[in-house]
Design a protein around this ligand. Structure first.
Ligand SMILES: Nc1nc2c(ncn2[C@@H]2O[C@H](COP(=O)(O)OP(=O)(O)O)[C@@H](O)[C@H]2O)c(=O)[nH]1
Ligand SMILES: [Mg+2]
Length: 202
């Protein structure tokens, strides 16, 4: 099964995006497979509301391991099946906690195999200092890697917040040549463009 992986630093909105994007594609009951780093995977079926309550959080690294949601995406020419993979956050440098380290290694292994990589950046927290300084090395590295292959897009998230427009301009300036979609995972804006992109690359 082809995979679309959602990556980015902690708290940028990966889990909220994954759940709301699945909802946007018409998935009301989320069949989620949880794969803890180094552990046995297990399945859980959750409603949109249950998934939002249980899986999104302001605590960094709330998502430890991979959460795969089975999607059937309706389009003009029939349906396409794929797995939407929500991942744990990437951190600068080597994380101290062993579980977070393992989760990051697991994420990077999956990135190589994915047909589509959606790289979320919190546009609202990119301040005047400049995107790369604020984002740090890890977002920049991911963009360099992603730019070498097909199916890579940056999602500038939290566009509903006041500083995000400036942040988006910074991201565009400092990560030129990439496909960038402004979105709000919360308000589900920009999802039509993301859907089109995913469809084309599956
Ligand atoms: N205002 C706003 N908040 C968001 C948006 N996306 C995520 N958040 C919030 O950011 C926090 C982290 O979200 P989460 O999906 O758990 O981030 P993750 O660590 O990347 O999976 C939560 O409090 C979300 O409600 C957005 O588009 N707009
Ligand atoms: Mg998460």
């Amino acid at each position: 099964m082809k995979a679309c992986i959602v990556i980015g630093k902690a708290n940028v909105g990966k889990t909220l995006f994954a759940i709301n994007f699945a909802g946007y594609l018409g998935i009301t009951r989320l069949e989620i497979e949880f794969t803890p780093p180094g552990g046995e995977s297990y399945r859980h079926t959750l409603s949109q509301k249950e998934a939002l309550n249980e899986l999104t959080n302001t605590t960094p690294h709330h998502t430890l391991g991979l959460q795969s949601i089975q999607i059937q995406m309706p389009g003009l020419k029939g349906r396409k099946r794929f797995t939407l993979v929500d991942t744990s956050g990437l951190t600068e440098g080597v994380p101290e906690e062993v579980m977070i380290r393992r989760a990051m290694a697991q994420t990077l292994a999956q990135v190589r195999e994915a047909a589509v990589i959606l790289h979320l950046i919190d546009a609202n927290s990119v301040d005047k200092l400049g995107a790369v300084e604020t984002m740090g090395e890890v977002d920049w590295q991911v963009a360099q890697f992603g730019g070498m292959r097909d199916g890579y897009a940056i999602l500038a998230n939290k566009m509903d917040l006041p500083e995000a427009t400036k942040g988006l301009a910074q991201i565009r300036k400092e990560l030129p040549g990439h496909v960038i979609f402004p979105i709000s995972a919360l308000l589900k804006t920009g999802f039509a463009e993301v859907k089109q992109f995913v469809w084309r690359h599956l």
